[in-house]
Design a protein around this ligand. Structure first.
Ligand SMILES: Nc1ncnc2c1ncn2[C@@H]1O[C@H](COP(=O)(O)OP(=O)(O)OP(=O)(O)O)[C@@H](O)[C@H]1O
Ligand SMILES: [Zn+2]
Length: 794
């Protein structure tokens, strides 16, 4: 950047052209002039206020050019584009092809500097992000082919996007004054002023004072402090939390009494990772469930903190963050922060700033926390790396796992991916030697193997969705005081509400799928678009009152269990019962304290929970997961079974796992049960090679949606036509074809799939065509996006 600015200084004018990312869905930046005598030197990563159309917008500078450079690049971009030989087409140069409000006809004739608008102000006096994250931004832009403005919406906390100053939080601390010290020494307090004496005592022991927010923790009341302040014995000091603040821990970074003695495998894992603490290296901590992966993370982080660096820990669900937080708090004598989507904008900003300033030592967060700036980056840990929630499925779509790997390489630090059921993508990287696998094959505490049983539902007597065999087992485990976990990946009461007389069934007209019946509030809800209505008491077609719920969801399963086992205490954990912020935490506490006998829930239960008393886990219905049309279905099902089963037998009680299905012969089930996940994964990888599917090929997907079927088809046909201009590139086009869920919220969804064995050629093709695709007339009639490495949501 320096050289660019120097260059600018040497040109005839001191004007500088900046490229600005603005939150609009266009793959380009917009160029503005900086006023000649502007006091702040523009740099990439600073926010600016710019005129945009008839309004003003806040954007982020992504490049600074001298006037001469700008004209040079514009010409170059125009000519290379004309010759169609632009290969690595960075969208910087592509962006230069168009200016606000100007058409592509200007290509050969880049607009003169005079035609550029001037920016209104530069908001920041220094870049918001460290260099490393700016580099990451450029990688994101190139890899995901996403609009720069959308990427920045993900990179920055909302408060900053709205223009709030990026200032470290002002902290206030109560301190004792010299007069106060004297009063304390000379015992000048009234006899009955007990609280005041206690307060002065406490403050006198804290040389830096006590933070205002922590008064309560020290049993000090604001009223006491105020009356002491009236006597000038204490003072409230406001201070900026300094940007140079190193992590605050005094003395040891850990509370060592909480540390566990590692077993041999854990110890080997810790020392292997510790050897690479000052360099980029990616590890897969492939440890079976309950093998003690968290203890490995904790002990590695201890070393990182001791060297004055920070650790970034990513977990899949908000529900898991409080648990992870408390486990970390028990161990570390250091500032630990949370970052997740359920926080207010202000909380997020404050925590983001504390991470950036180095004040916080450990940052625990979900997906988007992977973009948290760190002053002293030391390590990135991504737990449950196979989990789909690490993929952003709205707006700018990215994989937090892939981003973590790239970020670690830019920051030259280690990254640890942990899982008992790693994704095939990660396992392929292990085979290629890009990721080093570390294995934990033993449970940390448990001594008993899990006992699996498949219950073939074919021709079985079934009582309320449960086989007689399973009901017997539940009875047994209840008698032996074991906790039971029933897993069913379908919330609500029943997936269908049917008229017994005429066959009418409620379905969402906007999505073409059945409404799920929710019994508690007696309503029908579409689990696709969320729309809901009162459930009819009479059939809307034949007015019969014989409305019957068909199939089982978690709500009905809980009802059945209550009828079958009236003495047992049950709890249901799914999206409907955990809407309240603290609900999940309350459930977890209740389960751990033994208040719950039978726990019923969706995949929320599968993730990382440590419930030592669970002895029986049953997967009530695995048919759906095995029948899915997605080629990744067996992988996802295998991960699910591994994770759900892993909740049983985690401590000294033996564990039993039951799988109910009509597909009892499915080879995947047998592989998982008898050979383990690793062996399943090997076979699945071999199959992907044979069929040339990801991760052995690379893919991208255009998806378009519109209330008009024709519009989506027309757009994707046009896209295909443009892509076909480059048949020299080895990319196969599949479609356009309807998405698996063809209709959602009243919109038809179609997709065009790109597949290739050359990632490079895929990127080239997209870089060459996306500007033309954006400019398509048919593009303005649909909502569309392009997604790299699409997964899960088709
Ligand atoms: N070295 C050890 N000695 C004794 N107990 C241990 C040791 N390491 C871990 N544990 C305990 O074993 C239990 C399981 O550990 P942990 O939750 O870290 O497993 P995990 O590998 O993360 O499992 P999952 O993949 O299922 O989330 C915890 O209660 C933990 O405290
Ligand atoms: Zn719907």
């Amino acid at each position: 950047m320096d050289s660019i600015l120097n260059l600018a200084a040497n040109t005839q004018e001191h004007r500088v052209v900046v490229g600005v990312a603005i939150a609009v869905p266009l793959r380009r930046v917009f160029h503005y002039l900086v006023p000649a005598d502007y006091a702040i030197e523009p740099q990439a990563g600073m926010r600016v206020k710019v005129p945009f159309g008839k309004s003003t917008k806040i954007g982020i500078i992504t490049e600074c050019l001298s006037v001469a450079q700008w004209e040079e690049t514009s010409k170059l971009a125009a000519s290379t584009h004309a010759a169609n030989i632009d290969n690595q087409a960075s969208s910087h140069s592509a962006a230069l092809l168009k200016q606000p409000g100007e058409q592509q006809s200007l290509l050969a004739n880049p607009p003169a500097v005079a035609a550029l608008k001037t920016l209104l102000s530069i908001i920041d006096s220094s870049p918001l992000l460290p260099d490393s994250l700016l580099q990451l931004y450029f990688w994101l832009e190139k890899y995901y082919h996403a609009p720069p403005g959308e990427i920045w919406q993900t990179l920055l906390p909302v408060a900053l996007q709205k223009g709030q100053p990026a200032e470290s939080p002002r902290e206030s601390r109560w301190c004792i004054t010299p007069q106060g010290e004297a009063a304390l020494q000379q015992n000048r307090l009234a006899k009955n002023a007990v609280k005041q004496r206690l307060a002065l005592d406490s403050l006198s022991q804290h040389a830096d004072g006590i933070a205002h927010e922590q008064l309560q923790q020290h049993q000090l009341s604001l009223a006491t402090m105020k009356s002491l302040a009236g006597k000038n014995w204490v003072i409230r000091r406001f201070q900026q939390v300094s940007d140079n603040n190193q992590n605050h821990h005094r003395g040891s970074v850990i509370h060592s009494h909480n540390q566990l003695d590692l077993n041999a495998q854990q110890a080997a894992a810790v020392s292997q990772i510790n050897q690479s603490l000052n360099q980029f290296k990616s590890f897969l901590l492939f440890g079976i469930t309950a093998s003690g992966k968290t203890e490995v993370y904790l002990q590695v982080i201890e070393k990182v903190l001791a060297s004055g660096k920070q650790a970034l820990v990513l977990v899949p669900e908000i529900g898991l963050t409080p648990q992870t937080l408390s486990r970390f708090q028990l161990r570390f004598n250091a500032e630990i922060l949370l970052l997740h989507s359920a926080m207010t904008d202000q909380q997020r900003l404050q925590n983001w700033l504390k991470a950036r300033s180095g004040q916080a030592s450990i940052i625990i967060g979900t997906r988007s926390a992977v973009f948290t700036p760190l002053k002293h980056p030391g390590i990135i840990i991504l737990d449950e790396e196979h989990d789909l929630s690490f993929r952003q499925q709205q707006g700018f779509r990215y994989s937090a796992r892939d981003v973590a790997l790239v970020r670690a390489s830019i920051e030259n630090i280690p990254v640890v991916l942990g899982s008992a059921s790693p994704s095939l993508e990660t396992l392929m990287n292990v085979h290629k030697g890009k990721i080093e696998a570390i294995h934990l094959t033993q449970k940390a505490k448990a001594t008993n193997e899990l006992n699996y049983r498949i219950i073939d539902l074919k021709k079985q007597a079934i009582q309320q969705g449960l086989s007689i065999e399973l009901i017997q087992l539940i009875k047994q485990h209840l008698n032996q005081q074991g906790q039971i976990l029933l897993f069913l990946n379908r919330r609500g009461y029943a997936p269908v509400l049917l008229c017994h007389d005429c066959g009418w069934s409620g379905s969402c007209s906007r999505c073409d799928i059945h409404f799920t019946y929710h019994h508690q509030n007696h309503f029908l809800q579409c689990h696709h678009c969320g729309s809901s209505r009162k459930a009819p008491a009479q059939c809307p077609d034949c007015y019969s009152e014989q409305m019957v719920p068909v199939g089982h969801g978690t709500e009905r399963l809980q009802e059945s269990i209550r009828q079958l086992f009236p003495q047992a205490k049950t709890a249901r954990i799914d999206r409907d019962t955990t809407r309240r912020k603290s609900a999940m935490q309350e459930f977890v506490t209740a389960v751990k304290s033994g208040e719950i006998d039978i726990l019923i829930g969706t995949q929320m239960l599968a993730k990382g929970h440590h419930f030592p008393d669970v002895t029986l886990v049953a997967l009530i219905d695995m048919d759906g997961a095995l029948y899915s049309a997605d080629f990744r279905a067996p992988e996802f099902a295998a991960q699910l079974i591994t994770q759900v089963s892993g909740r049983a037998g985690r401590a000294n009680k033996p564990g039993e796992v039951i799988i109910q299905t009509h597909l009892a012969e499915h080879p995947m089930l047998h592989q998982i049960i008898f050979e383990g996940y690793a062996s399943f994964a090997d076979a699945a990888l071999a199959e992907r090679i044979e069929t040339e599917l990801p991760p052995f090929s690379y893919s991208a997907m255009f998806q378009a949606e519109s209330p008009h079927l024709n519009a989506t088809q027309k757009f994707l046909d046009d896209v295909k036509e443009i892509l076909l201009r480059y048949q020299n590139l080895n990319v196969e086009l599949l479609g356009p074809a309807p998405a698996i869920y063809t209709k959602k919220a009243g919109k038809f969804r179609y997709q065009l799939y790109l597949q290739t064995t050359s990632r490079n050629q895929l990127h080239q093709l997209l870089a060459l065509t996306l500007n033309d695709i954006e400019a398509l007339k048919s593009a303005s009639k649909v909502r569309w996006r392009v997604e790299l490495d699409p997964m899960g949501d088709y």
